[in-house]
Design a protein around this ligand. Structure first.
Ligand SMILES: Cc1cc2nc3c(=O)[nH]c(=O)nc-3n(C[C@H](O)[C@H](O)[C@H](O)COP(=O)(O)O)c2cc1C
Length: 354
């Protein structure tokens, strides 16, 4: 009911606020016997961590994960895995000027309209800080998927504002702060971001996620189609305004003779479906594309109202990501892995090992 739990058999419940003492997740349903250490999870958290380049928020959070339960002698026990990440670098006074007003484009207005009360410090529960527990849970899913099926879930940035980023190689992705799969474009991305910061403005981005090496058969028609669940979880990520799978919106201009992926004895000849047909994985790579909006917390003055409904000018200070897409790639990978693990377990429950 309250919308803080994801998944049916691999269940991730998220808790905490941006400036509270800690954030975390309870991960229930992970099969016993998976070797799991804090280092496995930390690896993924470090990819999402703030303060790692001049192009992201300068909030310095170590994002050290503590495993509180569900792991004994380095192996999962099948019981709920408690994950805790302490908040250590909250500067709540930065938010005093927005306690009574609403940032255009942020969740301040709707949280206030819905709940009446809200924790404005760092965006409270609406903060993307709450994506850290998802990344931690996703690290477990990634490891289980890789170990059980050889499934690999990866992502990259394919566009930063007006700059399209060509895909050259997966090897490039971890070598730059943008998760761009192309080395030669990085100086252009850096120059664009440096100018944007000087302007006090923000920008959108496009992120791709790909899952390879998974069997056919995952997904539960009708309402829990694999593509429906992927869209659901991706739209649940802060700042996502669009999700497409496979050819996505390009399908509009395609003919059936082009879109339908032909099948041969040795496999499919294309992947317009993005690896999902009828809500069920086809065994082809699953390809997901996301449109991420520009950050709403910007230094440029914007028009808004206060709680009394009076007109005010809002300027957001404090530490913010000028392009939230820059840190989104590891989060998108984690969310995709969580959905896939849930559906892998559900398929096993219904169809056995087939
Ligand atoms: C990785 C990541 C980092 C973000 N950082 C910020 C930020 O520093 N400042 C901000 O205003 N919004 C940031 N956002 C976006 C807000 O969390 C989001 O816009 C807000 O919660 C409203 O939700 P909505 O955009 O989905 O409607 C970030 C989003 C992501 C995914």
């Amino acid at each position: 009911m309250s919308g803080n739990t994801l998944g049916k058999l691999f269940c991730v419940t998220n808790f905490g606020e941006s400036h509270g003492p800690a954030i975390g997740a309870v991960v229930d349903g992970c099969p016993a016997g998976l070797p799991l250490s804090e280092a496995d999870i930390q690896l993924e958290l470090d990819r999402r961590r703030p303060g790692t380049s001049r192009h992201v928020t300068q909030r310095q959070e170590a994002d050290q994960v503590e495993i509180l339960s569900g792991v004994y002698e380095g192996v999962t026990t099948g019981t709920p895995i408690g994950l805790l990440i302490r908040n250590t670098d909250a500067r709540s006074k930065d938010y005093s000027n927005i306690a009574d007003t609403f940032r255009p484009g942020h969740a301040d207005y709707t949280y206030w309209r819905k709940f009446g009360e809200r924790d404005p410090r760092g965006g409270g529960r609406s903060s993307a800080r709450l994506t850290a527990p998802s990344v931690a849970a996703g690290a477990i899913a990634k490891k289980w998927l890789a170990q059980t099926y050889g499934t690999v879930v990866r992502g990259y940035m394919s566009q930063l504002g007006p700059i399209a980023i060509p895909f050259e190689s997966w090897d490039e992705v971890p070598r730059n702060p943008f998760y761009a799969p192309c080395a030669s474009i990085v100086p252009q991305l850096e120059a664009f971001m440096d100018q944007l910061r000087k302007d006090g403005d923000s920008i959108g981005a496009r992120i791709e996620a790909v899952a390879e090496n998974l069997p056919a058969g995952w997904g539960e028609p009708l309402y829990d189609r694999l593509d429906a669940d992927i869209a659901h979880v991706m739209m649940g990520l802060n700042a996502v305004k669009g999700v497409s799978i496979g050819a996505g919106f390009a399908s509009i201009e395609q003919r059936g003779s082009e879109h339908g992926d032909e099948i041969t004895p040795t496999g499919f000849l294309s992947n317009n479906a993005g690896g999902i047909l009828g809500g069920i994985s086809s065994g082809q790579p699953i390809t997901v594309s996301l449109a991420i909006k520009p950050t709403s917390s910007i230094r440029i003055e914007r028009q808004s109202v206060n709680r009394a409904g009076e007109s005010v000018a809002v300027q957001t200070l404090g530490r913010h990501d000028p392009c939230v897409g820059i840190r989104a790639t590891p989060i998108v990978e984690a969310l995709l892995a969580i959905v896939l693990m849930d559906h892998a377990l559900r398929n096993r429950a219904q169809c056995g090992a087939s």
